[in-house]
Each structure stands twice: as structure tokens, then as C-alpha cells.
Design a binder for this molecule. Structure first.
Ligand SMILES: C[S@@+](CC[C@H](N)C(=O)[O-])C[C@H]1O[C@@H](n2cnc3c(N)ncnc32)[C@H](O)[C@@H]1O
Length: 231
């Protein structure tokens, strides 16, 4: 991993998770096996109580993500940045039979927690975990992972990579007319270059959904939904 990117990520207080292993252990102890909703509830309880700086999308923006995901009803989806799998569980529970969510995560320790959590939620068959960096993995998605087009993309990794990775998805012919791209944390810590791009690029129609930072109602944040209009 690029050391500059890594230190930037780790030094941002909003993006340092207090204890990912404890969060997953809490979910396994208090959530019900095979019941994604109870697992998410137990993680939200943990985060509100113990881990106000956790970097999973949280319950407030989570319900917006739920509705955007259900509205698109994707067969093939990807998230860039999975952390311990909270947003993966949120989305995968709505996938129909045969649907797949690709979870791209740079940190192999986090990726193991994603597998543990998603397995406990009973959703492992709907998920494919890819360990690697987005800039290296995106160009391999077609040839190595057999993906033709992505119906839904959730961007939630390094803010500075939102725009170049979206452009890479387009260049690698992974978006189709009607593909929906949802980006988290566009206000805090903010992704101004990304917003400037999707709001002015004729290839997209973008809409902002206002909310607050995960488990911090005092900090404004939101999701940007961008529909790909096709080339
Ligand atoms: C905000 S967290 C993701 C939270 C998750 N989407 C959720 O809501 O539950 C960001 C994650 O992106 C990962 N990450 C950072 N840069 C990345 C990159 N270039 N490629 C893949 N993953 C990356 C980090 O390790 C971290 O786990």
C-alpha cells in the first residue's frame, strides 16, 4: 500500500476504528446467527456505545444506502472498502438469488473479519471478498473475476481515490447505462474533487442525500448517488 495514503487514512480521527475485532465479536455474541438485521442492530449498539469513531457507514446513512440499493435491485454489485463487513451485510441481505456483492478491501485482517461476519449472517454465498488495492484490482475485475458490468457501486475507501477509481471503472467498461454509484463521506471528511466531477460530468446524473457522520449526529455528512447515463 502507498505509505502516504496509508498514513493519511490512519491519521484521520474519523477513520480510525477503535477496535474492529471487538466490534465483530460483539456482533457474534449479541446478534442472531443467520439474522442480518439483528447483527446490524448489535453492531450499531456497540458503535453508539463504545466506538463513536467507527468507520462503518452506521445506521443513519445505512438506511439511505438500503433504499438506494433496493431501488436499483442489482445482480452484480461492488463495494470499494469493506472494513469489517457492516455495509456488506446491509447490502447483501437484499440481493436476490444469484446476486453477488464483491467486497474489495486492502487490509487482509479486515477481510478475514468480513468473512467471519458475513458467514455468521448467513450471506457468504452472496459475497466475494477480494483483498487488494482498488487501483490494482479494478482493471482485473473482468478478466480475473468474470464481471461484465456492475449494476451498483458503493464507494467508501480513500476519499482521494473516489474520482480516479470511478474513472477507472468507466475506462475498464464496468458501468452500464443505469448503473448506480453511491459514495459515502462526501461531506465529512469530504470528497470535493469527486463531487465536482460527478456533478458536472454529463455521463452522470447526481443527487445528494443529507445525513450525518456515522454515530456522530453533530457532524454533517451525506451520500452522493450518481446514475451512469451511458457512453
Ligand atoms: C470507511 S471504511 C469502509 C467501511 C464499510 N464500507 C462499512 O460501511 O462498513 C474504509 C475501508 O477502505 C479500506 N481501503 C482504504 N483504501 C483502500 C483501497 N485503495 N482499496 C481497497 N480498500 C481500501 C480500508 O482498509 C477500510 O477498511
Amino acid at each position: 500500500m502507498d505509505s502516504k495514503i496509508s498514513s493519511e487514512l490512519l491519521s484521520d480521527p474519523a477513520f480510525v476504528a477503535p477496535d474492529p475485532e471487538k466490534m465483530v465479536a460483539h456482533a457474534l455474541e449479541h446478534g442472531k446467527r443467520g439474522d442480518p438485521t439483528s447483527i446490524l442492530k448489535s453492531m450499531d449498539e456497540y458503535c453508539w456505545k463504545y466506538a463513536k469513531r467507527s468507520m462503518n457507514i452506521g445506521d443513519a446513512k445505512g438506511v439511505i444506502l438500503d433504499s438506494l440499493f433496493k431501488e436499483r435491485d442489482p445482480k452484480v454489485a461492488i463495494e470499494l472498502g469493506s472494513f469489517v463487513g457492516y455495509s456488506a451485510v446491509r447490502m447483501a441481505r437484499f440481493l436476490k438469488d444469484g446476486g453477488k456483492l464483491y467486497c474489495l478491501e486492502i487490509n487482509p485482517e479486515y477481510a478475514k473479519l468480513v468473512e467471519k461476519l458475513v458467514d455468521y449472517a448467513g450471506l457468504l454465498d452472496k459475497i466475494c471478498i477480494i483483498v487488494g488495492t482498488s487501483d490494482e484490482v479494478i482493471p482485473t475485475l473482468k478478466a480475473k473475476h468474470g464481471i461484465d458490468k456492475l449494476d451498483f457501486v458503493f464507494i467508501d475507501h480513500m476519499k482521494a481515490l473516489y474520482k480516479p477509481d470511478l474513472i477507472s471503472l468507466i475506462k475498464n467498461d464496468l458501468l452500464a447505462k443505469g448503473s448506480v454509484v453511491v459514495a459515502d463521506n462526501v461531506i465529512y471528511p469530504g470528497a470535493p474533487e469527486y463531487l465536482e466531477y460527478v456533478r458536472n460530468e454529463p455521463l452522470f446524473k447526481s443527487t445528494f442525500f443529507k445525513s450525518h457522520l456515522e454515530y456522530r449526529p453533530e457532524v454533517e455528512d451525506g451520500l452522493e448517488k450518481s446514475v451512469f447515463l451511458g457512453k
